[in-house]
Structures are given as structure tokens and as C-alpha cells.
Design a protein around this ligand. Structure first.
Ligand code: PGA
Length: 247
């Protein structure tokens, strides 16, 4: 089964009602490659605005979700609230949450488990810091993050993996096509060895970190790059070009 190319837009903590309406209008007016799955993740406050106004065929994701049913968890959003709002995706484990909000592998894995078991698909992020890359530890860091995920998760059909080297996020320093492909191939090999051939064949592995319309075409040609998670450029009209970059 061919893996459907996937492009996610992570707006992070950016935008206003006016600017987000503009992004939605731009996507609604654009011709998007029907062979690409597109999922956009606005800040929580704007999820319903986007859900209600985006055209059919573009899905909406939260940027985070909690690992318990509804209850006394001030400031959190539940999986059932997402589903109630027809939001069927969430990002989890983004490096900004792992580092700034100190989310551990275990917390990220438990949230991924709760979401996938309750019907919300997950863009699960992993990736190494610059120091870890320079020390030659990229593959072991990413494997460790995957191990933690595997220890809690069994339904891989609801997971899309985003490999996002921390040093490439928001820095303008994109990984070379070779650097990205090398890690993507290692992730796929890990899935084959540690989960199954089927999961390795079917799981989309996205690249994230300073993706733009200028570098997306070359990256998309790599055999193990199945799409992108786009931050800054997802706020710009050129996001459409990234979505349509797969030849
Ligand atoms: P960037 O962010 O495209 O702005 O580098 C990517 C991400 O954090 O998902």
C-alpha cells in the first residue's frame, strides 16, 4: 500500500481571528493536490473557527491533548472534547513542549496512547538537539523516544511520525536531504525491527524543521520522506506550494 503524502501545518502560538481567517480563505481558494493529506493545527482557541470554515478535505489538529477523560484538569483539553468538535487529530511530543514545558517521553507516550485508543490520530514528534547530533547520538536519541512510545502504544495506524531535528526548527537551518533521509530510513528500520514490517511500510514519516516552498521539492523526493510538518511557512500563502510539492 502506497503511503499517502501528508503535510501538516503547525501554527504554534501564532495568529489572530483575522489572520487565521485569511489563511483558511487562502487554502479554500487554492487547488490542493488531492493525493496529499493536509492537516492544520491552529492554537486551541481557534480550532472551532477553523473547523467550521475550512473546506472539505482539509483536516484540523489540536497542538496538544491530555491523557485523561474529562475532569479536574485546569487548562487542558480532552480527547472527547476534540471528537465532539470534529477534530480528529492532535500533535503530541513537539520539541517545544518537550523542552520548554518539560514533557517527558513517558508523558508524551501516555497522551499518545490515550488519544489513539480513543479515536484521535496523532502527529507524534521526535528529534535530537544540536549537541546530541554533534555527539553522534541522533539515531540513539530518536530510537529512545520511539522505545518510550512503543512501551505504551499498540495502535500504530493512528500515528504519523514527524522527525524534527531541534536545531532545524524555526532556525532557517534545514537538514540536508541526506541528513533527513538517513534518519527517516533509520526510523523505518526501527519500526520494521521493533514493531512489524506492515507498520514500517504503512507509517508516514514526516520531516519538520525550516521547511519552505524552496526546499520541499527536493526533500519530497527522498524515498522515506512521506511529507512535512511545517511551522513558520504554514502561516504564509506559500504553504500551498509546499502542499503541492510532491511530483
Ligand atoms: P518550522 O517549525 O517550520 O518553523 O521550523 C516546524 C515545527 O516546529 O513543526
Amino acid at each position: 500500500m502506497a503511503r499517502k503524502f501528508f503535510v501538516g501545518g503547525n501554527f504554534k502560538m501564532n495568529g489572530t481571528i483575522a489572520s487565521i481567517k485569511e489563511i483558511v480563505q487562502n487554502l479554500n481558494n487554492a487547488t490542493l493536490d488531492p493525493n496529499v493529506e493536509v492537516v492544520i493545527a491552529p492554537p486551541a482557541l481557534y480550532l472551532l473557527l477553523v473547523r467550521d470554515s475550512i473546506k472539505n478535505g482539509v483536516e484540523v489538529a489540536a497542538q496538544n491533548v491530555w491523557n485523561k477523560p474529562n475532569g479536574a484538569y485546569t487548562g487542558e483539553i480532552s480527547v472527547s472534547q476534540l471528537k465532539d468538535s470534529n477534530i480528529n487529530w492532535t500533535i503530541l511530543g513537539h520539541s517545544e513542549r518537550r523542552t520548554i514545558l518539560a514533557e517527558s517521553d513517558e508523558v508524551v507516550s501516555s497522551k499518545t496512547k490515550f488519544a489513539t485508543e480513543n479515536g484521535v490520530s496523532v502527529i507524534w514528534c521526535c528529534g535530537e538537539s544540536l549537541a546530541e547530533r554533534e555527539a553522534g547520538n541522533t539515531i540513539s536519541v530518536v530510537s529512545g523516544q520511539l522505545e518510550a512510545l512503543k512501551s505504551q502504544v499498540s495502535d500504530w495506524s493512528r500515528i504519523v511520525i514527524a522527525y524534527e531535528p531541534i536545531w532545524a526548527i524555526g532556525t532557517g537551518k534545514v537538514a540536508t536531504t541526506e541528513q533527513a533521509q538517513e534518519v527517516h530510513a533509520a526510523i523505518r528500520e526501527w519500526l520494521k525491527k521493533e514493531v512489524s514490517q506492515k507498520v514500517a511500510d504503512e507509517t508516514r514519516i514526516l520531516y519538520g524543521g525550516s521547511v519552505t516552498e524552496k526546499n520541499s521539492k527536493d526533500l519530497s523526493k527522498q524515498p522515506d520522506i512521506d511529507g512535512f510538518l511545517v511551522g513558520g511557512a504554514s502561516l504564509k500563502p506559500a504553504f500551498v506550494d509546499i502542499i503541492n510539492s510532491k511530483q
